[in-house]
Design a protein around this ligand. Structure first.
Ligand SMILES: Cc1cc2nc3c(=O)[nH]c(=O)nc-3n(C[C@H](O)[C@H](O)[C@H](O)COP(=O)(O)OP(=O)(O)OC[C@H]3O[C@@H](n4cnc5c(N)ncnc54)[C@H](O)[C@@H]3O)c2cc1C
Length: 432
């Protein structure tokens, strides 16, 4: 058997898993690839992380469709590793296994302070709910009138946009309207964004900052020291700092009574407590937030505190294999990793392509070093898993159903529940 006809398993059908399949097929044109996902739906965070009002980004799935529809690729949805097939079983049935499971746990803002941490809303839980992820919690806390966002990357900016953008501007999105209304039970009046670094080290893209600038219902400001530094220092060449400078320009036009957004740079949260006046009134600022800024300790009140400071492998089925980022994608002789499971939670969708190409090369090299034993691939797995797996064709049926059921002003109505997704595709089969 040549290495070309190897059986390769990929765990995860997000961008990293799909790009890995694409790169492997280029290097090993006769390989058979099975892309597993515990969900019935492919695409990972493109479907469940990318903001609902960024449909242009979600359209990348059209490229990934071509990979998953390649006759040499099998999409096996509804299969969780290790619940349905173990990593050991995959290694028995496949010549190589690539972990592309992403990272799903919110990095704790207060890892050593359980009481403070309990008051934090993790970005992941909020964004999953807004994107109708089947495993999202149905309980989402309202933002209230004064949410505080901690973080300085694109996810923090997505959340800021969510706070200030009027509901009417979600036309053409696939946002979960129930969750949107639950979190916006009272109008947001002001937002504070806490970032530990300076504007020059701010991680958010200039383009995302400009998008915020286009929302005339919000007025943006920053503390005086930062404002002075931004005005005095040369920001030419730093697109992010320049975009921030434009965002804070007092001449920027807004509607009357805009949401007041204040950026606090060099600010580090120290702890949270329920404010002494806490009541059931969700319009009240119930949380007292202590933070340090340039060696001074300060306190502010907030209605909610959302952290967007990255994701970790905590609780992942592969936690011990993917905890720290690594240069090489090789984990063991037969097991590899790519995407966020390799690099940590940094980089947008395109960065997973370069990463997957590099890892595919490592896989191909490893296979060429060994005398490749023929392996059965998917059909060698336990029968229960084989019967349970949903196909790409079934996903296409579900997709069609979601598009047909779209309500006014929405591009699709996502089916949120895993078992409802399953029965939708199975009923469709029976009807045919
Ligand atoms: C909120 C948010 C917004 C973002 N917005 C953008 C954006 O606008 N533009 C951009 O370029 N990038 C954006 N990104 C970054 C982008 O989403 C990531 O770079 C990319 O999704 C990482 O790809 P991945 O395949 O490694 O992981 P994921 O996309 O997370 O895919 C992992 C897949 O593995 C599956 N899986 C996990 N565990 C198992 C298991 N045990 N068994 C079987 N399957 C499993 C999951 O169901 C999932 O489908 C955003 C990220 C977040 C968090």
């Amino acid at each position: 058997m040549s290495i070309n006809s190897s059986e390769i398993a990929i765990i995860g059908s997000g961008p990293a898993g799909c790009y890995a399949a694409q790169a492997l097929l280029k290097l090993l044109p006769d390989a058979q690839i099975t892309v597993f996902d515990r969900l019935v739906t492919p695409y990972g965070l493109i479907r469940y992380g990318v903001a609902a009002d960024h449909q242009h980004t979600k359209r990348i799935t059209q490229q990934l469709d071509r990979v998953l529809q390649d006759p040499r690729v099998r999409f096996a949805g509804n299969i969780s590793v290790p619940d349905d097939v173990t990593l050991e079983e995959l290694q028995r049935c496949f010549n190589a296994v690539v972990i592309a499971s992403g990272l799903e746990a919110d990095r704790a803002l207060f890892p050593d302070d359980v009481c403070s941490q309990a008051l934090v809303i993790g970005a992941n839980s909020l964004i999953r709910a807004l994107n109708s992820h089947p495993l999202a919690s149905s309980q989402v806390d309202p933002l209230g009138s004064h949410p505080v966002i901690v973080g300085g990357g694109n996810v923090a900016l997505d959340l800021l946009r969510l706070c200030v953008k009027p509901s009417t501007a979600y036309s053409g999105s696939d946002i979960n309207d129930d969750v949107y209304h639950d979190i916006h039970q009272v109008p947001v009046q002001r937002v504070t964004l806490l970032y530990r670094g300076t504007p020059e080290t701010f991680k958010g893209d200039a383009q995302m900052i400009k998008e915020l600038g286009a929302i005339s219902e919000a007025h943006y400001s920053c503390d005086d020291i930062t404002s002075g530094n931004l005005a005095n220092e040369e920001t030419a060449g730093n697109r992010t700092a320049t975009a921030l400078q434009q965002l804070f320009d007092p001449r920027r036009e807004t509607t009357s009574n805009p949401v007041q957004v204040n950026f606090l740079f060099n600010a580090i949260p120290l702890g949270l407590a329920k404010s002494s006046e806490a009541t059931d009134d969700i319009t009240a600022e119930q949380i007292s937030l202590q933070y340090s800024q340039r060696d001074e300790t300060k306190t502010m009140t907030a209605s909610s505190v959302i952290s967007a400071i990255g994701f970790t492998a905590e609780g992942s089925a592969f936690e011990s294999l993917i905890t720290s980022p690594a240069e090489s994608g090789r984990v063991t002789e037969q097991v590899f990793r790519t995407g966020w499971a390799k690099r940590g939670s940094s980089g947008g969708i395109p960065s997973n392509r370069a990463c997957a190409i590099a890892v595919a090369k490592e896989v191909a090299e490893a296979l060429s070093e060994q005398s490749t034993v023929p392996k059965p691939g998917f059909i060698g797995l336990n029968e229960q898993a084989q019967n349970k797996a949903t196909s790409f064709a079934q996903w296409l049926q579900l997709n069609e159903l979601e598009l047909v059921n779209a309500t006014a002003g929405r591009v699709r109505l996502k089916i949120t529940d895993h078992s409802k997704q399953l029965s939708a595709v199975l009923n469709h089969e029976e009807e045919k």
